[in-house]
Design a protein around this ligand. Structure first.
Ligand code: NAD
Length: 273
C-alpha cells in the first residue's frame, strides 16, 4: 500500500491515513466503510457513542481481508469509565463489531471531574495483557491528564487523538507527544469542512493542482500526524485517499501553519463530561 505506517511506542504500527465514521448513520455505515475499503483505506476509526460499530464491523468482516490487514479503532464512552464498567463496555463493543481482537482502544474523553480515567486505563492494561486489544491510548487528553496517567499506571498511551486542523494546530501537545513517544492522531482534520474554502488553503491548492481537502490532509501527513478524515460521498472518500502523489513545500507548510488561531470546533478537554 501507499500509506506510510507510524510505529507506536509498544512496537505495533498504525496506518498514517485512516477513515473516520463519526456522524455516519448506522444504516449507511456498511456501504460507506465498504467504499472506503474498496478505495484502499486499511484503518477505520469508530466509537461506541457513534452508534455504528455494528455496521462498521460487518463491513470489515464481509470485505474479507485477513484480519491483520485492517486496523480497527474504537473508543470507550465517558459514562462507561471505571474498571469493571470498562471491561463490560469493551465486551459490548467487541460483540457489536464482531471481531475477536481490537487494534486500538481509546478513552474517548478524560472527564477529569469524575476522576475515573486512571482506573479505566488499568482495565485497558488488563485487556491488553489478555491479548484482546493490541494497543491502548487516549483521546482529548491534555498534557496534565497524560502526565497523571503515566505517573499512576507506569504506561504511556500509544496515541492521543485530539482535535487538530489548521485553525487548531496544537503545537504544544504535539511537542509533548513527540518528547514522550506518543503518536498524535488528528480528529476533525478538515475542521469538519469549515477550512475548505479558506483563501490560503485555496491558494496552495491552486499552486499544487490539488483540492483543498487534499492539501489539508497532506499538511497533516507532513507534520507526522495520524489523520482520519470522514466523508460519506464516494468521490470524496477517494479524493481524500489520493494524497501520496504530491508534496507541499516548506513555504506552503508555513502558510498553512499561519492559520492557527487556537479555535476549537468540538468540546473542551478540561470540561466535557
Ligand atoms: P472532518 O474534519 O473529517 O470533516 C468531515 C466533513 O468534511 C464531511 O462531513 C464533509 O462535510 C467534509 N468533507 C470531507 N471530505 C471532503 C472533500 N474531499 N471535499 C469537500 N468536503 C469534504 O470531520 P470529522 O468527521 O469530525 O472528523 C474525522 C473523524 O475523526 C471522525 O469521523 C471520527 O472518526 C474522529 N473524531 C473523533 C473525535 C474524538 O473526540 N475522539 C471527535 C470528532 C471526530
Amino acid at each position: 500500500s501507499t500509506v506510510p505506517s507510524i510505529v507506536l511506542n509498544d512496537g505495533n504500527v498504525i496506518p498514517q491515513l485512516g477513515f473516520g465514521v463519526f456522524q455516519v448513520p448506522a444504516e449507511d455505515v456498511f456501504s460507506v466503510v465498504t467504499t472506503a475499503l474498496e478505495v484502499g483505506y486499511r484503518s477505520i476509526d469508530t466509537a461506541a457513542i457513534y452508534g455504528n460499530e455494528e455496521g462498521t464491523g460487518r463491513a470489515i468482516r464481509e470485505y474479507g481481508l485477513p484480519r491483520d490487514e485492517i486496523y480497527v479503532t474504537t473508543k470507550l464512552w465517558n459514562s462507561d469509565q471505571g474498571y469493571d464498567s470498562t471491561l463490560r463496555a469493551f465486551d459490548a463493543s467487541m460483540q457489536r463489531l464482531g471481531l475477536d481482537y481490537l487494534d486500538l482502544y481509546l478513552i474517548h474523553w478524560p472527564v477529569a471531574v469524575a476522576d475515573r480515567f486512571v482506573d479505566t486505563f488499568r482495565a485497558f492494561q488488563a485487556l491488553k495483557s489478555q491479548g484482546r486489544v493490541r494497543s491502548i491510548g487516549v483521546s482529548n487528553f491534555t498534557v496534565a491528564h497524560i502526565q497523571r496517567l503515566i505517573a499512576e499506571t507506569g504506561e504511556i498511551p500509544v496515541v492521543n487523538q485530539i482535535e487538530l486542523h489548521p485553525s487548531l494546530a496544537q503545537r504544544e501537545l504535539r511537542e509533548f507527544h513527540a518528547a514522550n513517544a506518543i503518536a498524535t492522531e488528528a480528529w476533525s482534520p478538515l475542521g469538519q469542512g469549515t477550512l475548505l474554502d479558506d483563501a490560503t488553503i485555496a491558494q496552495v491548492a491552486a499552486e499544487v493542482g490539488r483540492t483543498p481537502a487534499q492539501v489539508i490532509i497532506r499538511w497533516h501527513l507532513q507534520l507526522g500526524n495520524v489523520v482520519i478524515p470522514k466523508s460519506v460521498t464516494p468521490s470524496r472518500i477517494a479524493e481524500n485517499f489520493d494524497v501520496f502523489g504530491f508534496e507541499l513545500t516548506a513555504e506552503q507548510m508555513d502558510a498553512i501553519n499561519g492559520l492557527d488561531s487556537g479555535s476549537r470546533i468540538g468540546g473542551d478537554p478540561d470540561t466535557l463530561t
